[in-house]
Design a protein around this ligand. Structure first.
Ligand SMILES: Cc1cc2nc3c(=O)[nH]c(=O)nc-3n(C[C@H](O)[C@H](O)[C@H](O)COP(=O)(O)O)c2cc1C
Length: 331
């Protein structure tokens, strides 16, 4: 008997998605992750394959349009990273539009507007997920940006501010009416932050209501959670946290790729070298400590590495720590 016949469920994998004029294949996206998805990280994720497009970390439209040096650094990307979605955050329509023009000029493949970040450092200024409380302002931003760029425009949203104010349907409609080309949807409210599980039913509903692509986001970390997300009918998937623990997660999910702990340490050493080339020592060390904390969760005995990280204060110490740890593990 054909094993795929009868009631056996076909495995679903992300196919191709068309976002405006951009075709993304496979329809898999590395999420924007503040302080993490910089150039070196994006290139490592890309090197494993099976990622259709990557996102910059969120770029403040205020800082970017004022040419703040640190932000210009964060916003930079290289030829081998395309297609790349440039995420902007802010609440002033004119400034957001100006930032979008700069992103287009810099060669970004698409601009994404952050309407989902729950962090109070962002929401207290009325940006990120605070926009979910102000549909009119959100619409002014989208419309101002849309008028100024010709590359695809997307929005990244959550379900609403809390479960008593679910607004994803209204935001989906608004996005569609204002020429947005796709919606990245993390199916939780701002209040839920990262708690409990993602509301797959919200994603299913938005997908049934929208004619533009809906990319499902939230909790994807293995084949089972990928299937659950694909069951919503979404047009593609986006991953954040699992990619910080395993930058090869897309290749693992789509091609069954595995990476040994020893190989992961080698990747960390390479990434650390790249970080020290582009950032001052203190910042490179801070970034690498944060990343190593996440990576170590994919390594048996990684707790020892994490506690070692707390004790180091220089690049040289980190190099020694990684090399000693690598020698201690068997494969
Ligand atoms: C450390 C961290 C930083 C994040 N930074 C951003 C960001 O800059 N912009 C954004 O839209 N979302 C940001 N997010 C949210 C993720 O892009 C994603 O929507 C969320 O983590 C859910 O996906 P996941 O379950 O795959 O992690 C961040 C999440 C984390 C954990």
């Amino acid at each position: 008997m054909n094993p795929t016949s009868g009631t056996a469920k076909q495995k679903q994998v992300p196919g191709t998605v068309k976002i405006g004029t951009l075709t993304v294949k496979p329809a898999t996206f590395l999420a924007p992750i503040a302080d993490i998805t910089d150039g070196p990280f994006r290139r490592i994720v890309r090197s494993f394959g099976d990622v259709g497009a990557v996102f910059t970390e969120m770029i403040s439209s205020d800082a970017y349009t004022r040419s703040c040096e640190r932000t210009l650094h964060m916003a930079a990307f290289t030829e081998d990273e395309h297609p790349i979605f440039f995420q902007i955050v802010g609440k002033d329509p004119a400034r957001m539009a100006q930032a979008a023009i700069l992103a287009e000029t810099a060669g970004a493949d698409a601009v994404d507007i952050n309407m989902g970040c729950p962090s109070s450092t962002i929401t207290r200024h009325g940006s990120g997920s605070a926009l979910l409380k102000d549909l009119k302002l959100a619409e002014s931003i989208v419309s101002a940006v849309r008028k100024q760029i010709s590359i695809p425009l997307t929005v990244k949203i959550r379900s609403g501010w809390n479960r008593d104010s679910l607004v994803f349907s209204e935001f989906g409609k608004m996005a569609e009416e204002n020429g947005v080309n796709a919606i990245f949807f993390h199916g939780r409210t701002r209040k839920e932050m990262f708690r409990d599980t993602v509301h797959y039913e919200d994603i299913t509903r938005l997908k049934s209501e929208c004619s533009i692509p809906v990319i499902g986001n939230g909790d994807i970390k293995d084949r089972d959670t990928l299937e659950k997300m694909m069951d919503t009918g979404c047009d593609g998937i986006m991953i954040a946290r699992a990619a910080i623990k395993k930058p090869w997660i897309f290749a693992e999910l789509l091609s069954g790729f595995r990476l040994s702990p020893k190989e992961l340490i080698s990747i960390m050493e390479k990434q650390f070298r790249e970080l020290t080339e582009i950032y001052p020592e203190k910042l490179a060390l801070h970034k690498m400590k944060t990343l190593s904390g996440w990576y170590s969760r994919s390594i048996p005995g990684g707790k020892k590495l994490r506690s070692g990280l707390n004790r180091i204060h220089s690049q040289a110490e980190l190099t020694v720590l990684l090399s000693e740890f690598k020698n201690e593990i068997s494969h």
